[in-house]
Design a protein around this ligand. Structure first.
Ligand code: PBG
Length: 325
């Protein structure tokens, strides 16, 4: 035998030398939930180890992020008041706006990305303004752009619209540019599927729709070419980064998106992915660290350059230990 693939698997040093996928802490983004009120620090029932904190309690969590070496966070707001107009989404003293101002004072070196969506802020839990039972696309993108602008004015370094309305990237770009924020990047949740994997998040963010579902705006999981269409549109509209979400069940999409765009590709391992690993680990059926490393490597191997995950801090630790990377 002349060709023996096992020759290059003979030692840890050699395996690392020829490794194809290399990971770095600087590509990790940690999602966090900030809740209105004071003195709030609630562990999420369906996401053990993740917390919902008020602005005065978030410093502890931000400190842990900094200590782990993760450099970026994605902030989600849980407002005290919801209404038809989603008014707390763009209020100057809204929960995210206050969180940004405070967090940037204490931790100026972290990079702050905000999720821009209305489902947490509307009384009905849908991602936009309603017209009858349906979300009115063109009215919604105006409110999204207003929300994105208010986040940037409060200090957001990047905005990430997750609503899946048509034309929202162009509208957000237009409004940011008109207000002289030409250098603030937009990360589009471009390929976002209507997914059962968001269930724990909706408890965490109190954002479950009060009727119906999100299938008239989020994508049908039977489709892949439709995702490419979304990526091409978002790139034309000025997106700087495109995201695939969820991650683990959509590795094919990460790989395909990578081929059709030269934009950086992000992937988001969502709440249900976290919950499944946690639950199986708690039962002692899997080794949590092993599964977290393996799934992260799969996401990067498929082509992701940035990785949003509730395991970001742990992954940074595993990278430091040389377990992965
Ligand atoms: C807001 C939003 C959702 C997630 C990110 N942004 C929920 C949804 O679309 O229902 C899901 C994140 C997760 O499950 O971790 N639209």
């Amino acid at each position: 035998m002349i060709k023996r693939p096992r020759r290059l698997r003979g030692s840890e040093g050699l395996r690392k030398m020829v490794r194809e996928t290399r990971m770095d802490k600087s590509s990790l983004i940690y999602p966090m939930f900030i809740k209105d009120g004071t003195g709030v620090r609630e562990e999420l029932m369906s996401m053990p180890g993740q917390y919902r904190c008020s602005v005065d309690q978030m410093y502890h969590e931000l400190q842990k992020v900094c200590d782990s070496g993760v450099g970026a966070v994605m902030l989600f707001g849980v407002p005290g008041h919801k209404d038809e107009a989603a008014s707390q989404a763009y209020a100057e003293d809204g929960v995210i706006q206050r969180a940004l101002k405070e967090a940037k004072k204490r931790f100026p070196d972290l990079y702050y990305i905000t999720d821009v969506c209305l489902c947490e802020y509307t009384s009905h839990g849908h991602c936009g303004m309603l017209c009858g039972q349906d979300v009115d696309n063109d009215r919604t993108i105006k409110v999204l752009a207003k929300t994105a602008l208010s986040h940037v004015q409060a200090g957001a370094d990047m905005v990430a619209p997750s609503d899946m309305m048509d034309g929202r990237i162009a509208e957000i770009r237009r409004v940011l540019d008109a207000n002289a924020y030409v250098n603030t990047p937009v990360m589009s949740y471009a390929v976002k599927y209507a997914s059962g994997f968001y269930e724990p998040f909706r408890d965490a963010a109190e954002s479950a729709p009060s009727f119906g579902d999100r299938k008239s705006y989020q994508m049908d999981y039977h489709n892949s070419r439709e995702g490419i269409k979304e990526v091409i549109l978002d790139e034309e509209e000025g997106a700087d980064i495109v995201m695939v979400k969820p991650a683990l069940s959509y590795l094919d999409m990460i790989a395909r998106v990578k081929e059709v765009t030269n934009l950086p590709v992000a992937a988001y391992s969502v709440s249900g992915e976290y919950a499944m690993i946690k639950a199986a680990a708690e039962k002692g059926w899997i080794d949590e660290a092993k599964i977290v490393c393996e799934t992260a490597a799969a996401v990067y191997r498929a082509g992701a350059q940035c990785y949003l995950t509730y395991y970001a801090k742990e992954l940074a630790g595993y990278m430091d230990e040389g377990r992965i990377g």
